[in-house]
Design a protein around this ligand. Structure first.
Ligand code: VGL
Ligand code: ZN
Length: 213
């Protein structure tokens, strides 16, 4: 396996949405979602710069099926900015489901960026909300801090990880997605489709065993 040396100054580990609601027993559980905790903890010890994202919705968020009469979770509707998947209520601000998994060693993180807190816009990507025009501010933070390479891990591969990775490429960063530290929701082949889109965009698909200190 080709190895890749971690640059402790210029690399950032971006840990996406490792929250109770995306783990087994949670409202929007990702199959085996909690399997990411151990490998991510290992990576967080090896990277100097660790950033976390936290899905953080108001209780009446537009992405919740419960807000749309007669609609069920995982249906797709049209909203102001285009198609939107409807989800079970999840990651509601201040609830247990929105907290990071208790096993995740978050203390070394330099930044927690919350997203999806606007009632009328969902946000999968850590950089731009789903209207594609509203920035979260992370791009500016990454540029100001001088990070050139982003290593993305977490949940879910096919939604928040993929959208973040694609936006990272579009904003000119080198982006690596560490496959063994991600798990997907997989609606109708969405994990395969996400990997295709990511690799086409120049996102590097790697295994944590390929990372050298
Ligand atoms: C996510 C669906 C809705 C994710 C967040 O973290 O991938 N997916 N909200
Ligand atoms: Zn969400």
């Amino acid at each position: 396996m080709k190895t890749l040396a971690i640059d402790r100054d210029a690399d950032a580990l971006v840990v996406i949405d490792v929250q109770n609601d995306f783990c087994p027993g949670g409202a929007l559980e990702v199959p085996n979602g909690d399997d990411v905790v151990a490998p991510i903890n290992g990576l967080m010890r090896r990277f100097r710069h660790v950033l976390l994202t936290q899905d953080w919705h108001p209780a009446d968020h537009v992405s919740f099926a419960s807000m749309h009469e007669g609609r069920d979770p995982f249906e797709v509707i049209e909203v102001d900015y285009g198609p939107q998947v409807l989800w079970p209520d999840h990651c509601v601000q201040g609830t247990f489901g929105a907290e990071f998994h208790a096993g995740l060693k978050v203390d070394s993180a330099e930044l927690v960026i919350r997203k999806g807190y606007r009632r009328n816009i969902d946000s999968y990507s850590a950089l731009f909300e789903n209207d594609r025009g509203t920035p979260t501010g992370l791009t500016g933070y990454l540029r100001d801090r001088g990070f050139g390479r982003l290593f993305m891990v977490g949940l879910a591969t096919d939604y928040c990880v993929a959208y973040s990775a694609l936006d990272g490429r579009e904003q000119g960063f080198e982006v690596f997605v560490v496959e063994d530290a991600c798990r997907g929701i997989d609606l109708e082949g969405s994990v395969d489709a996400a990997w295709r889109r990511m690799t086409d965009a120049g996102v590097e698909r790697i295994d944590s065993r390929a990372l050298a200190d």
